[in-house]
Write a protein that binds this ligand. Structure first.
Ligand SMILES: *Cc1c(COP(=O)(O)O)cnc(C)c1O
Length: 382
C-alpha cells in the first residue's frame, strides 16, 4: 500500500503529462506556424475547421476565440429581439447564461434531472411563453441532455435549439435512428477548446457547428467584425478568431480525441466499480441513448458530509472540486432572473451534494482505484 501510494500524485487534470506524450507532433505543428508567421487566419485554421467538420459529420464549422464567444455568435446569428427568452439550465458554468444576458435577452432557468444533472425537458415545457425563442441545453460533465425530448418541444413550439457542447465534444446521442455527435442535433452546437475540455488547445479556442449553411455564413460574418469582404461591414459583429497556433495544436490533437475519451471512460469504469456499493455515493447516471465522455466524474455525496470528505481527501493528497457551488439563479449576477413561480429544487440540491473527482487522460487504473478506495474509506469513517 505504501509503495503504491508513493507513486501516486493525483491531479484534477494532468495537461503536462498529456503534452509530453504528444510533444513531437504538437511541437512540429506549432513551429510550422511560428516559421510561417501567419499568426492570424493561417491555413491551419481552415484545415482544423474541415477536420472537425468531418469528425462531427456536420455541414459547417466556424472556429472562434473561445467557447463563450461561440455561444454569443450562435445567439447573434438568430437575429433575436431584446427581451426574447432563452431557456437554459440553472446548473452550469456561467458562460451559458452570461451571453444571453449580455445580448439583452432574458435567460429563463429550468431545473435539472437529479440523476444526469442535465436540463429536464418537462421543466422546460412549463417555462415556455410567447417570448421564448431558443432552448439552450448544456451537455454537462460529458453527456448529452435528453435531445429527443428537447427537439420534440422545439418542433412543437417553433423554437431554435443551441447545444452547449463545451464539456462534451465527442459525446454521442441516439436520435432519429442514428448515433449523432453532440452539437449536431439542434440548430447550432457550440464548443470550447479550453485546455481541460475533451479536446483542449494551449490557451483559448472555440467553435460553432451547424448543418444550416445560412446560419454558418452568418456566424462566420459576425465573427469577422460583421464583414464577408474586408473593410465592408454588413452588420455589427465581433472579433472572434481561433489563433493559427491554437489551430495547429488542435490539428495535432484531434486524431486522438476518441482515444482521449476512451481513457476517460476507463477511469470512470474503475471509479464506478469501486464506488457502486458505497451507499453514501450517488454515481453519475448514464443515459441509454448516450455515449458519456466523462469530462468530469461527478459523484453525489448523500450524507451531508461532502466538505468533510473533501478535507479528508485533501489530507491524503487527493484534490476534488465542487462544480458548481451555486446554481445560476442563486448567483448575485443572475438573481434578477430567478423564477418567481416554480422553483429549481434539483439544481439547488445538486449544488449541495456534488463533488468532482480527478479525471484526465493520463490517469492509471491504480491511481483511480486509490482515489475511489480513499473516498469509500473516508465515507465509512465520517
Ligand atoms: C468551458 C465552458 C464554456 C466556455 O468555454 P470558454 O472557452 O472558457 O469560453 C461554456 N459552457 C460550458 C458548459 C463550459 O464548461
Amino acid at each position: 500500500m505504501d509503495t503504491e501510494k508513493a507513486k501516486i500524485h493525483p491531479q484534477m487534470v494532468d495537461l503536462k503529462a498529456q503534452y509530453s506524450r504528444l510533444k513531437k507532433e504538437v511541437d512540429a505543428a506549432m513551429m510550422q506556424v511560428v516559421d510561417s508567421a501567419q499568426y492570424i487566419n493561417g491555413p491551419q485554421v481552415q484545415t482544423f475547421a474541415d477536420a472537425l467538420k468531418n469528425y462531427l459529420s456536420a455541414e459547417a464549422v466556424v472556429p472562434c476565440a473561445n467557447g463563450t464567444d461561440a455561444l454569443q455568435l450562435a445567439l447573434m446569428a438568430l437575429d433575436l429581439q431584446p427581451g426574447d427568452e432563452v431557456i437554459t439550465t440553472a446548473f452550469s458554468f456561467v458562460a451559458s447564461a452570461e451571453v444571453i444576458a449580455l445580448l439583452g435577452l432574458k435567460p429563463v432557468f429550468a431545473d435539472i434531472h437529479p440523476d444526469t444533472y442535465n436540463i429536464d425537458a418537462r421543466d422546460i415545457e412549463q417555462r415556455i411563453t410567447a417570448q421564448t425563442k431558443v432552448i439552450l441545453p448544456v451537455h454537462l460533465f460529458g453527456q448529452t441532455a435528453d435531445m429527443s425530448a428537447i427537439m420534440q418541444l422545439a418542433d412543437k413550439h417553433g423554437l431554435y435549439v443551441i447545444e452547449d457542447v463545451a464539456q462534451s465534444l465527442g459525446a454521442t446521442c441516439f436520435y432519429k435512428g442514428k448515433d449523432r455527435q453532440a452539437g449536431t442535433i439542434g440548430h447550432i452546437g457550440c464548443t470550447s477548446f479550453f485546455p481541460s475540455k475533451n479536446l483542449g488547445c494551449f490557451g483559448d479556442g472555440g467553435a460553432c457547428f451547424t448543418n444550416d449553411p445560412a446560419l454558418a455564413q452568418r456566424m462566420k460574418i459576425i465573427s469577422a467584425h460583421g464583414s464577408a469582404k474586408p473593410y465592408y461591414y454588413e452588420r455589427v459583429g465581433i472579433n472572434s478568431r481561433l489563433d493559427t497556433l491554437q489551430a495547429a495544436v488542435l490539428n495535432a490533437k484531434l486524431p486522438y480525441l476518441n482515444a482521449f475519451i476512451s481513457e476517460r471512460r476507463e477511469v470512470a469504469a474503475v471509479y464506478n466499480d469501486l464506488l457502486k456499493d458505497v451507499v453514501q455515493v450517488g454515481l453519475p447516471a448514464v443515459r441509454e441513448d448516450a455515449w458519456h465522455t466523462y469530462n468530469q466524474y461527478t459523484i453525489r455525496v448523500r450524507n451531508g458530509k461532502r466538505e468533510a470528505l473533501m478535507k479528508g481527501l485533501e489530507k491524503m493528497g487527493i484534490p476534488s472540486r465542487i462544480y458548481y457551488p451555486l446554481a445560476l439563479h442563486q448567483q448575485a449576477a443572475f438573481g434578477r432572473y430567478a423564477p418567481v413561480g416554480h422553483g429549481l429544487k434539483q439544481a439547488e440540491k445538486a449544488c449541495q451534494e456534488v463533488l468532482s473527482l480527478p479525471m484526465h487522460t493520463e490517469m492509471s487504473p491504480e491511481e483511480a482505484a486509490y482515489i475511489a478506495r480513499s473516498v469509500a474509506g473516508l465515507l465509512k469513517e465520517l
